[in-house]
Ligand binder design. Structure first.
Ligand SMILES: Cc1cc2nc3c(=O)[nH]c(=O)nc-3n(C[C@H](O)[C@H](O)[C@H](O)COP(=O)(O)OP(=O)(O)OC[C@H]3O[C@@H](n4cnc5c(N)ncnc54)[C@H](O)[C@@H]3O)c2cc1C
Length: 467
């Protein structure tokens, strides 16, 4: 087995979106980075997407992209989404706006496109070398030695590095090594629902409709909430939509992937629950057959750091996708680490710096993990519920009355950089107040808005002013 010491300042595992951004940000600070990535180079070889072709980027992610000078490049290839576009079972629709106005929106973008852009900019610094098809199989954290396998030849190599950062995703090998070394722990909670991705095609040339070549309004996140399950769709710039069906994995009282075993059952399921969607995807049964069922896991691990070795992104804190924050949270890890790196003049003490980073981030990533699970229930179930809609209407009134100082939980998470833990706590106060003032009411006219305002002034605003 070949053995060597890396000549780079930092060895990084995984060139996904977080690893590529991190490599770029470190290189911009004069550090050299050797990256080990198990996949082939996606800019050269077409790689099956495996999971979500597009994803939503919001304020935290954009802030990190601005830090490396790429926010405008990225935004040029996105589709803005201004709200949730709800499709009821009877075919009626309604738009629930996300923000206060159109300036507050999320953006749908290609995961692969973003990843490729970040890798190219990282390499262009001349300080980042990405070694593809190199899979981490073991790590000795006492000596900071990585064991890597070349996926083509099967040859093994041992590489020692002064600093090791792990961005190798939710099934992180570095995390397993770190936890084994420290006696730490990870809880891995698998969601009982899984997902399949389907593509809704663009309209054929000559058949352009209300939304040009898009079969649905492109500037919203479409949701077909159905209680225990749901379908969502996000537009791509080429006129297609990436649609994700979230459904229980195991047979039970509700429809599940376990029952959708043949084309007839699949088509009958879509006709029954999504009659306005089914005709838009001509090869629905074939797509469904071919798409793998993805699983979703929340990983809460600790510690993230031992000496000059640390975890970031999904490797440290994988979350379920329902707040659209997984990558945004990983990008925020990079922002926070760079803030610490930039702060103290003098020599960089990596172990202490990484410990500070982890202590700062952990309460916030735990908070977004819980918020993401809660948002699953909100999206699949509550958005269709009149009580939920009444509470949103009260929130809109509070926003008007309080001159912009009121921010809903969704807005705090998505359109601000307030710590996730603050959003979680503020959300609990809001939920309590809204439940109190809406109890027994069905219309906005019945709600005592003065009382709602005074409760928010007394309980929420002082908290937000001091956190
Ligand atoms: C269905 C779905 C929808 C989502 N939607 C959104 C969204 O709208 N907004 C959002 O912000 N987030 C979203 N996410 C979450 C987002 O995808 C992740 O948070 C993000 O990809 C994490 O980036 P990462 O770089 O940490 O990990 P990953 O993207 O998993 O990248 C890890 C990299 O490490 C490599 N690797 C893994 N193991 C090894 C090894 N042993 N050796 C070498 N290399 C290795 C992998 O090949 C990969 O390139 C979604 C997730 C899912 C599943």
């Amino acid at each position: 087995m070949r053995e060597r010491t890396s000549t780079a300042d930092i060895a990084l595992i995984g060139a996904g979106p977080v690893g590529s951004l991190l490599a770029l940000a470190l290189a911009q600070r004069g550090l050299s980075v050797e990256v080990f990535e198990r996949r082939p180079d996606m800019r050269v070889h077409a790689i099956a997407a495996g999971r979500s072709i597009n994803l939503a980027v919001s304020t935290r992610g954009l802030h990190a992209l601005r830090m490396v000078g790429l926010d405008a490049d990225v935004l040029a290839h996105t589709v803005p989404m201004y709200g949730r576009f709800l499709h009821a079972p009877d075919g009626t629709t309604r738009l629930l706006r996300y923000g206060r106005d159109d300036s507050e929106h999320i953006s749908s973008m290609s995961r692969g496109g973003l990843n490729a852009l970040l890798m190219s900019h990282a390499e262009a610094t001349g300080r980042v070398k990405i070694r593809f098809r190199q899979r981490l199989v073991a790590a000795d954290l006492a000596t900071q030695t990585l064991t890597l396998v070349d996926e083509d030849s099967g040859a093994q190599e041992r590489v020692t590095a002064p600093v090791i950062l792990g961005t190798d995703g939710s099934a992180s090998v570095l995390r397993a090594a770190l936890l084994a070394h420290t006696g730490g722990q990870a809880s891995e909670a698998l969601l009982s629902a899984g997902y399949k991705e389907l593509t809704l095609p663009a309209l054929p040339p000559g058949e352009h409709g209300l939304h040009r070549y898009f079969a649905l309004l492109p500037t919203a996140l479409h949701i077909w909430p159905r209680g225990r399950f749901m379908l969502i769709a996000l537009a791509n710039p080429d006129g297609t939509f990436t649609c994700t069906l979230f459904l229980p994995l195991a047979a039970g009282p509700d429809p599940s992937f376990a029952e959708l075993t043949d084309d007839a059952a699949v088509l009958a399921f879509f006709q029954r629950w999504f009659p306005d969607f089914a005709p838009l995807v001509p090869d629905l049964a074939a797509q469904f057959r071919q798409a793998p069922v993805g699983q979703m896991v929340t990983v809460k691990a600790w510690p993230w750091v031992v000496g000059p070795v640390a975890l970031l992104g999904d490797a440290a804190h994988a979350i379920v996708p329902f707040f659209g924050q997984g990558m945004n949270a990983g990008f925020e890890d990079v922002t926070e680490l760079m803030t610490l790196l930039d702060a103290p003049p003098g020599p960089r003490e990596w172990p202490a710096l990484l410990q500070r980073f982890a202590a700062l981030r952990k309460p916030n990533t735990d908070a977004i993990a819980d918020l993401a699970v809660e948002n699953f229930v909100e999206m699949r179930d509550k958005v269709a519920d009149p009580a939920f809609l009444l509470q949103r209407a009260v929130e809109a009134e509070l926003d008007k009355r309080l001159g912009g100082t009121y921010r809903s939980r969704y807005q705090l998470v998505t359109f601000t950089r307030r710590p996730y833990a603050v959003a979680l706590h503020a959300g609990a106060i809001q939920a309590d107040v809204l439940t109190q003032v809406c109890a027994g009411k069905t219309t906005l006219a019945e709600v005592d808005l003065d009382r709602a305002e005074s409760l928010i002034r007394a309980r929420l605003l002082p908290y937000l002013a001091t956190h």
